[in-house]
Design a protein. Structure first.
Length: 527
């Protein structure tokens, strides 16, 4: 155990590093400084400690690297690497403590100092410096990658030394997205090909890195022009093994599919892949779904829909892609009747996507609900769906067991669409419960309010037998006023004439005495 470890707290070590960084280096300080930097680097492996690190630490590291020995520089790089680390799972659009650490390092000038040092560093120290840059570029941290993209020649100089190649390629892959069309990238990649065979990389590593860079370019806001679509398709179709590389190219094709689906080779390939390997089937479904617009949707429904419905959807990735495509196809009004007649709804029920053993596939279940909701806006499809054995029942059971409010409300919206056309088949009390829940949610989401009022009004008007049951549900108070009071308030002061008219129609079909009491209560609340 060192002197600093035994007698100094971590805060004392932070303070000492900050203090020593602000004065001329003395040889006698090196041992103590190295001990402190080592202890800090170890402590920063803990994500909770990263949150507590002083904001001035990054600036101190840069100052020490400018004036210290190579041992001090390497120790500072280890601290920076751990300050920039992210050991936890990152969520989209989230901010973690590593973002704070990385941003502080960028603002302090750490990247510029490190890039300058890389030009004349030994192999041992080079690896430590690259490790810190790699951690800073993870998940394409925008401030880091934007600056690194301006200094790409340095990385190609490092590649020429034929060491630490995989790390350099990972950094390049992260930074490539910053400006996919920049001359520097295309020039340097061509230049680097001259010594690629000498790198200590396997063929698989080289191909995987190249495909990864292409994937990031295609997923960027400005995908490059002149993509080798035919070569990408040929690689996915015929390469043996290389699963990671194929997956990268599949993601790249999906990303650019809206722009290239009109090409004959893309359309013909996706049609052929609908009856190919699992990964090719998923790619075809994703590309077609991602490229859907009104014109493409009509073309798919007219020519490819029977093949899509015959796809083996027992594999989760394929099922997810298939439902995503069908959901997008159901958006244009012109496709809905054809999709209903083709048996899309029967196929979904047969797949059992809403059964309990599929609850782990929440996005698939939700996508299927939205798909049926869209189709059942049309009367022939609504009539067709209520005649599918177990169709409504699967949805009711899913609604009952799901704790996902958004999913339950989408199921209720589906029911409201069917009620408008087939109220005679929608008298199950559980359906009423879902519509009343949607009515309550209407205070937050006006579109739900309108849909719920219309559906409940139709049931009250045309199904006299359920009026007492419906009235009882509207009188239940849960977290606020009873829904009947909510309706009475809308009848008195709703800001939309059509909504007020629908509410009046609904209330006119309920017990007038109870309705009058609700209106009186609403007036007192409004007073």
């Amino acid at each position: 155990m060192s002197f600093s470890d035994s007698l100094m707290s971590l805060q004392d070590q932070y303070d000492l590093v900050i203090q020593l960084s602000g004065r001329e280096p003395l040889a006698e300080d090196d041992k103590l400084l190295l001990d402190c930097l080592h202890a800090i680097a170890v402590a920063l492996r803990d994500e909770h400690e990263r949150k507590r690190a002083p904001s001035s630490l990054a600036t101190s590291l840069v100052d020490l690297m400018r004036t210290g020995t190579w041992m001090i520089i390497e120790a500072c790089a280890r601290v920076a690497a751990n300050l920039a680390a992210d050991n936890g799972e990152r969520l989209p659009m989230s901010c973690t403590e590593s973002d704070t650490g990385r941003t502080e390092l960028v603002n302090a000038g750490y990247l510029e100092s490190t890039l300058h040092l890389l030009s004349s560093v030994s192999e041992t120290h080079e690896r430590t410096l690259l490790a810190s840059l790699l951690n800073m570029s993870v998940d394409r941290h925008e401030p880091t990658c934007r600056l690194l993209a301006q200094h790409l020649p340095i990385f190609f100089e490092v590649l020429e030394r034929q060491r630490n190649g995989p790390w350099v390629w990972e950094i390049l892959a992260a930074t490539a997205e910053q400006d996919p069309n920049m001359f520097c990238i295309s020039y340097r990649l061509e230049y680097s090909a001259r010594f690629a065979e000498a790198l200590k990389l396997s063929d698989e590593d080289t191909i995987a890195n190249a495909c990864g860079i292409l994937e990031r370019l295609c997923e960027s806001d400005a995908p490059p022009a002149g993509l080798p679509i035919e070569a990408m398709i040929d690689f996915i179709e015929h390469a043996t093994g290389l699963g990671i590389s194929k997956a990268s190219l599949i993601n790249a094709l999906v990303a650019v599919s809206p722009a290239v689906m009109q090409l004959d080779i893309m359309w013909q390939t996706m049609e052929r892949w609908l009856v190919a390997r699992e990964d090719q089937v998923a790619c075809a479904l994703l590309c077609l779904g991602n490229a859907v617009n009104d014109t493409i949707a009509l073309r798919i429904v007219d020519t490819l829909l029977p093949q899509v419905l015959l796809v083996d959807a027992s594999i989760p990735t394929v099922q997810h892609a298939m439902i995503g495509l069908l959901r997008n196809l159901s958006v244009p009004i012109a496709t809905r009747i054809t999709m209903g007649s083709a048996g899309v709804m029967e196929r979904l029920v047969d797949m059992g996507v809403w059964k309990e053993d599929r609850d782990i596939l929440g996005s698939v279940q939700g996508g299927a609900v939205v798909l049926i909701k869209n189709l059942c806006r049309e009367a022939p499809n609504a009539s067709r769906f209520v005649d599918i054995p177990d169709g409504i029942e699967q949805l009711l059971l899913l609604h009952a067991r799901s704790d996902d409010r958004a999913l339950r409300l989408e199921i209720a919206r589906l029911f409201s669409n069917i009620v408008r056309h087939r109220n005679d088949r929608m008298q199950d009390e559980r359906i009423l419960d879902s519509l009343v829940e949607m009515l309550r949610a209407g205070e937050e989401f006006p579109i739900l309010l309108h849909e719920a009022v219309v559906a409940i009004a139709v049931l009250a008007a045309f199904e006299p037998r359920i009026r007492p049951v419906l009235l009882g549900k509207l009188l239940v108070e849960t977290d606020g006023d009873a829904p009947l009071v909510q309706l009475a308030r809308l009848a008195e002061s709703g800001d939309k004439a059509e909504l007020r008219e629908n509410v009046h129609t609904l209330l006119a079909n309920l017990d007038p005495v109870i309705v009058k009491s609700a209106i009186d209560a609403a007036r007192q609340l409004n007073a």
